[in-house]
Design a protein around this ligand. Structure first.
Ligand SMILES: Cc1cc2nc3c(=O)[nH]c(=O)nc-3n(C[C@H](O)[C@H](O)[C@H](O)COP(=O)(O)OP(=O)(O)OC[C@H]3O[C@@H](n4cnc5c(N)ncnc54)[C@H](O)[C@@H]3O)c2cc1C
Length: 277
């Protein structure tokens, strides 16, 4: 089905296969999921795109299940779906913590994990979690399916390796060993885009700490902190780890915060992560 309102065209696929065919044959098309990001641009008059593909009714993309030991979260799973899922709560509690911090109830009911990933904002709350979970992004097109490691998905601010004819269909998360941790710092406790957002997975190891650390809002994309991770594995003290992290990130001043504030907060969050607070 196709509808046109005020120069905007909306295609309504009945299945995922239908959607992928439309992306191939009716380009250009912009996928539309919960529309919580897209609608902001539409409202501000900054949305350039005029032709949309409505994914919202494709319930096959909303499934959350374990396949061959890997947690598979459909791209259309909303934050509410994540919060309510016993599988996500059990396997990836840090993702539930992140979902609880997104917007308010309305956004949690409409906003999807696929939309958060595809939108490719450096401030997306689920992104540090997916980075430390060593998640995989499942991309589908009419030509087939490919899997991309989440940590290789972004190529720059709001840019990724996703092609225009591809949909994100799922995020795959392998079992995670270690303590999971998530923290977001914004202007206020709720309804705020992050100034700094960090996720970590920490386990004691011989001679040091086995840590995976990812930070959002301190670079054009969400980033892992490999030098800090390596320092902790070698047995670095908290102070050394903080210094390494400060060397490793290069946040900027922008409308939400200053580079200096972000650096201090990132170091303080690292202290909390390692200290288990
Ligand atoms: C009031 C408000 C508060 C918010 N608070 C937060 C917050 O606290 N933290 C946070 O991280 N975000 C926040 N957001 C941003 C937004 O809600 C999230 O990024 C959300 O996850 C976007 O999902 P969506 O389904 O609504 O995406 P949409 O708006 O439908 O799409 C976003 C982008 O992703 C693309 N896209 C969507 N799904 C797919 C797919 N399956 N495959 C390929 N491309 C796709 C679209 O083409 C578009 O470019 C907020 C937004 C608003 C309006």
């Amino acid at each position: 089905m196709q509808a046109t309102v005020n120069g905007l065209t909306l295609l309504e696929p009945r299945s995922v296969a239908d959607a992928l065919r439309m992306l191939r044959d009716e380009a250009p098309l912009t996928p539309l999921a919960g529309c919580t990001d897209l609608y902001v641009a539409l409202n501000f008059g900054t949305l350039k795109e005029t032709r949309f593909l409505n994914l919202w009714r494709l319930t096959a993309l909303r499934t959350i299940e374990v396949r061959r030991g890997v947690l598979t979260i459909g791209a259309l799973a909303t934050y509410t779906d994540l919060i309510r899922s016993p599988l996500v709560r059990h396997r990836v509690p840090m993702l539930v913590a992140a979902a609880r911090e997104v917007g308010a109830a309305q956004i949690q009911h409409r906003g999807t994990i696929g939309g958060n990933v595809a939108n490719a904002s450096p401030a997306g709350d689920t992104l540090p979690v997916l980075a430390v979970a060593d998640a995989t992004v499942v991309l589908a097109s009419a030509a087939g399916i490919r899997r991309v490691p989440f940590n290789g998905f972004y190529t720059g601010c709001r840019q990724s390796v996703r092609r225009a004819d591809e949909l994100i269909t799922a995020l795959e998360i392998p079992p995670i060993a270690g303590r999971q941790w998530f923290r977001k710092v914004g202007t206020r406790a709720a309804q705020a885009i992050s100034k700094v957002v960090m996720a970590g997975v920490v386990a004691r190891a011989r001679g040091g700490v086995d840590a995976r650390i990812a930070i959002g809002s301190v670079a054009p994309t969400v980033v892992r902190a490999p030098r800090t991770e390596a320092a902790l594995a070698r047995g670095a003290s908290v102070d050394e780890a903080r210094r390494t992290l400060l060397d490793e990130i290069a946040p900027i001043d922008d409308m939400r915060s200053t580079a200096e504030y972000r650096r201090r907060v990132a170091a303080n969050l690292l202290t909390s992560l390692i200290g288990g607070r």
